[in-house]
Design a protein around this ligand. Structure first.
Ligand code: BG6
Length: 498
């Protein structure tokens, strides 16, 4: 008998910036991710400094901007949704592009062509009985807020964003039940450009050292600007999120509102109390993003963390009330890897997309250095249950790999099947432990542009898309071996994972 509940939502996840393409089609405006340019198949580029942004603008005609192409879902959505339906998807996680509805972000009313596009997508999903789960903001900020303001660090973004968020509820509330406000809200403090459109060296004239690595030890003035701007941006995102959650509860009570954060489980490097405390501190920091959104207030320890680290927040007027009135209905998270921490700051290194932790010799790593650890998912889910007692949705989990289409027009991705099998087993264990998990969307169910590398070379999908990093290819879709495997997993409600 399956250990998953009968109505468990099986599916896959994507984001508008990484799949839609059609960047300038039908009046769509540009967002900050449209300015991230490709630098090589393994070079992370989602950390932009002023010089990178200036270059993107100056060489706009010649640089390679893969997010502007995506996988051309804008024109392929019917074919793509038919493939998801063939796998038996119950849910499809997607995001709406703010600048397809409000091209500059400043308009009072949305562009009707953009509005219609999403109605068409939702109609197509419902035709197959697939529930859309919509991320309102998945790393997209209209470029005007980078040009004229300090990204999300400026409070000026809030009213424009809230107008967009409320519009989504008003317009689509009868087609969409499940909403996530901000994708991986904790990423704004880890990667301020990606999560908040903040160019760290924009206003301060500190020197960025040669050979600078974003996750090495930072020069003091830069670290200060990073901490202040990114936590200020986070505060503004909490406010916008709480405002729309409250609005949805009042005007569309059938809608379920969730947060979304990147979960990383942390082990101390040694049993030394110092390492153990460091791991505890990092875990508390990771959970704090949920604390504010689920409990409706900043925990005391976080306020003391701000004091200790000299982080000065300009508190939004009436923020305590706003946060209290806008608490979420469920928790959602992405989970890819676990990490090891040490109390010795000089020995921190970068693993995975954004973290600065140490290697764990007890677990294997993916081609991209991500530490594969399903047990940590089970442990963290149990922790989340104890801390919040809310339903949980796994919004992202998956394996990125270099792949190419074989002569038999498929990809034999047994490594992906193995990865997913182990994580789904861990999920079943957590459910048996008493955790209320109601859905699972595998990340990048159809190949898409990688977020950290802005490349097509790193692939996650059950479906292969014939497009390369430069945008060459037919854009035809091909089923990988994992396609048939996942179809069986869904058909048996997670019972048959072989
Ligand atoms: C998550 C993001 O952090 O990780 C996605 O929400 C992203 O947008 C995913 O694509 C995987 O990261 P990457 O860099 O391999 O695409």
């Amino acid at each position: 008998m399956s250990r998953f509940p009968d109505n468990f939502l099986w599916g896959g996840a994507t984001s508008a910036a990484q799949i839609e393409g059609g960047r300038c089609s039908d009046g769509k405006g540009l967002c900050h991710l449209d300015y991230v340019y490709y630098r090589g198949p393994k070079i992370p580029c989602n950390f932009m400094l002023k010089r990178d942004y200036e270059r993107a603008k100056a060489e706009e005609a010649t640089l390679n901007f893969p997010n502007r192409r995506g996988i051309d879902f804008y024109h392929h959505y019917k074919e793509d949704i038919a493939l998801l339906a063939e796998m038996g998807f119950k849910v499809f996680r997607m995001s709406i592009s703010w600048t397809r509805l409000f091209p500059t972000g400043l308009e009072e009313t949305p562009d009707p062509k953009g509005v219609e596009f999403y109605h068409n997508v939702f109609r197509e999903l419902h035709k197959y009985g697939i529930e859309p789960l919509v991320t309102m903001i998945h790393y997209e900020l209209p470029i005007v807020f980078v040009e004229k303001y300090d990204g999300w660090a400026s409070p000026e973004v809030i009213p424009h964003c809230v107008r967009y968020l409320k519009f989504l509820i008003d317009e689509y509330k009868d087609e969409v039940t499940y909403w996530l406000t901000f994708n991986e809200i904790n990423m704004v403090t880890a990667v301020p450009w990606l999560g908040g459109g903040i160019l760290l060296d924009r206003y301060d004239d500190f020197e960025i050292p040669k050979g600078f690595r974003p996750f090495g030890v930072l020069p003091e003035d830069m670290a200060k600007r990073w901490d202040n701007a990114s936590h200020q941006a986070l505060h503004h995102q909490f406010i916008a999120s709480a405002m729309v959650v409250k609005y949805a509860h009042e005007t569309a009570p059938q809608c379920k509102m969730g947060n979304m954060f990147n979960l990383h489980h942390l082990y101390p490097e040694t049993p030394s109390p110092e390492d153990a405390y460091r791991a505890h501190e990092e875990s508390e920091y990771n959970m704090f993003f949920c604390d504010v959104m689920a409990k409706g207030y900043y925990p005391k320890w976080m306020l003391s963390y701000y004091r200790k680290h000299h982080i000065d927040i300009q508190w939004y007027e009436g923020y305590e009330e706003i946060l209290k009135e806008g608490t979420i209905d469920f928790i959602s998270l992405s989970y890819y890897l676990s990490s090891v921490v040490t109390a010795d700051p000089a020995r921190q290194e970068r693993i995975g997309n954004f973290m600065r932790m140490l290697h764990n010799p007890y677990i294997e790593t993916s081609d991209f250095g991500w530490q594969v650890d399903p047990t940590a998912l089970r442990i963290s889910l149990n922790d989340l249950r104890d801390r919040f007692n809310l339903p949980i949705f796994i919004a992202e989990n998956g394996l990125g790999a270099f792949e190419s289409l074989g002569e038999d027009k498929t990809v034999h991705d047994d490594y992906r099947i193995a990865y997913l099998r182990r994580h789904i087993e861990a999920l079943a264990d957590a459910i048996e432990d008493g955790v209320d998990v109601f859905g699972y969307t595998m990340w990048g169910c159809i190949d898409l542009v990688s977020c950290s590398l802005v490349s097509m070379s790193k692939r996650y999908g059950f479906v292969y898309v014939d497009a390369d990093d430069e945008g060459n290819g037919t854009y035809n879709r091909y089923k990988k071996d994992s396609f048939t495997w996942y179809k069986k997993v869904i058909a048996t409600n997670g019972e048959d994972l072989d």
